[in-house]
Design a protein around this ligand. Sequence first.
Ligand code: SF4
Length: 402
Amino acid sequence: MNKAESERLASLFQQLGYQPTLAAEEADLILLNSCVVRQSAENRVINKLSALKSLKKSRPSPTLAVTGCLVNSDAPGLRERFPHVDYFFKPGDYPQWLKEPGQLLRVLPERPQPSTFVPIIQGCDNFCSYCIVPYRRGRERSRPVAEIVGEAKELARRGVKEVVLLGQNVDSYGHDLPGKPDLSQLLYELNDIDSLARIRFLTNHPKDMSLRLIEAIASLDKVCEQLNLPVQSGDNEILKAMRRGYSVEHYHQLIRQIRSRIPEIALITDVIVGFPGESKEQFQATVNLLRELRFDNVHVAVYSPRQETTSAREYEDNIPPSVKKERLNIVEQLQEKIATEINAELLGKTVEVLVEGRKKGKWHGRSRSGKLVFFSENSELLGHMVKVKIAKTSPWSLQGKG
Ligand code: SF4
């Protein structure tokens, strides 16, 4: 979401007459788009802000602005801490000099990539006990279907082949709009755009994902066979403390339904290890779930208490860092083994790749299931759909011949 917003902010600045520069010393304006989902991300923003302090002493000094999740309702506190920053504004709450609030959503990236993010819903109403997002990004606000479809058509007209629909919880898309359209309805409309080739979306929520959506993915040719469905823990007590709103049994059933209707689906999940009070057995339950369900990819993070959240207020962060690290390693090693086996099944198969760029003499792009594919080919292929035969696999990517 931050990446998408940064792209749109960059375009907005270009419309206002600014040119991009890679050197901070050359900039008239520096805007930091911050993430504080974990303490380490917050530390990075704070360090960057401190490093920029000396630039403010230069003449003429650049305007310094900060947005993103660091900016909470306590902007006066931030101003006191960082007096060298000229503007603080919450995500989506842009000051007058950056046009009206909400305007950013309607700004298209200046040079869209073959695959481009399209935010469809902002904020989150879920209040999972560990998560800071609802406090910083506010309640859910969906963009109207017509606005999103119009934007996707314009992007397709500019050569974009794939749209990735974004939301903290795409399954609650539309509940706040007249007529309550849902994500599946949006997918049906986007699927009708002729020059668009692929549609993806993230992130889903196991509590809210509907059978209608599974049906839409199964029946729409442009919707790719890939789902991000965070489970977070394989233990019901921990899930309850996390306030996730579903049980391990429900999650298993959902995966069964998805796999029986869309056998070729690639599944990605998120896991938090070291949540307050997570026992050895509870962690083992998560490992067992991962072993049983065999995901294509797992994003694993250690629990990090975020101020303001319920879990930080109510539970002691009582799992030692060394244990958290050990659990993280266990999940990573298991997942590496599983991904090695899953990807090895693609050896010798031909996959369709949307070419997104070139690195070290090799083209790269993603298959429909979201696998990163590298291959060599002399002709100009950026933005093309090519068939690639897979000659080598690893847990992280595939190598092939064009
Ligand atoms: S659904 Fe996602 S964004 Fe919303 S509170 Fe839970 S973890 Fe945070």
